[in-house]
Write a protein that binds this ligand. Structure first.
Ligand code: GCO
Length: 264
């Protein structure tokens, strides 16, 4: 089996929300496989510049673009800029996302809409801008970052679950409509990973922390680097006939009903 299938040399990969956490880990993986990495962020240019330093230390050739993934005009302008300054985008990873942990009956409509906008509408907006070039070139890879909440509910993250459930189906519909152009659209569903996003619920002694460690057959939180393999696979020739799938990288959470606390 030729490792050449996973070689991303000459490819340009855009990863949204890649200044930290899971986005950075997947971008690092694509870079290690040879891709030229383009990272997006929107909080500050300084955050992008600091992230680019981390990529450079890791020996990854990366470029940074600050734009708002929920703003179509901003996205369109920056995709044109990226494809002019770096090159045609071969791989798009829609990773940018937010979460608000609020019981549904207490959640403001504006909060609900914001989560849906960033986590579900922005993958549509960015993909719509990028796919035009992929259709013209008859080649492309789109990877949507889903979640356990694409399959499971959890108290306080209702808007997030609605968005991630919707993203799984958007992934399937993108595959349905774009596969004929030799574009593969798939998803990655991270389980529970040690990131800044999960820091509030991953505190020693926090009931959710112990619950997740017990609920995960692997018995631990995932390390962001555990996502590199799935990103490289879905970004490479190795997945040329894989379409509309979500690869859950979750230490086995979705495979099991779980076990009682006193069971080994
Ligand atoms: C939460 C977590 C999750 C994880 C991830 C699980 O509050 O339940 O933050 O949302 O981040 O999405 O797949």
């Amino acid at each position: 089996m030729s490792l050449e299938l996973f070689n991303l040399k000459g490819k340009v990969a855009l990863v949204t929300g890649a200044t930290h956490g899971l986005g950075m880990a997947m971008a690092m993986g694509l870079g290690k496989a040879g891709a030229t990495v383009v990272i997006n962020g929107n909080s500050s240019q300084e955050k992008i510049d600091n992230a680019l330093k981390e990529y450079a230390v890791a020996g990854i050739e990366a470029k940074g673009y600050k734009f708002d993934v929920t703003n179509e005009a901003d996205v369109k302008a920056n995709i044109i800029k990226i494809e002019t300054e770096v090159g045609p985008i071969d791989i798009l990873v829609n990773n940018a996302g937010i979460i608000k942990r609020v019981p549904l009956e207490e959640m403001e409509v504006a909060e609900f809409e914001q989560v849906i906008k960033v986590d579900l509408v922005s993958p549509f907006i960015v993909s719509k801008s990028v796919v035009k070039g992929m259709i013209a070139r008859k080649s492309g890879k789109i990877i949507n970052i889903c979640s356990m909440m694409s399959e499971l509910g959890r108290s306080t993250v209702g808007a997030y679950a609605a968005a991630k459930g919707g993203l799984k189906m958007l992934t399937r519909n993108m595959a349905t409509e774009w596969a004929k152009h030799n574009i593969q659209t798939n998803g990655i569903g991270p389980g529970y990973f040690a990131t800044s996003q999960t820091a509030p619920i991953r505190v020693d002694g926090h009931p959710f922390n112990d619950f997740i460690v017990g609920r995960t057959p692997a018995g631990q939180w995932g390390d962001p680097s555990d996502l590199e393999g799935a990103a490289i696979f879905l970004g490479s020739k190795a997945s040329d006939f894989v379409n509309g799938q979500v690869i859950y990288v979750d230490g086995g959470i979705l495979a099991t009903i779980g076990k009682p606390a006193n069971e080994d």
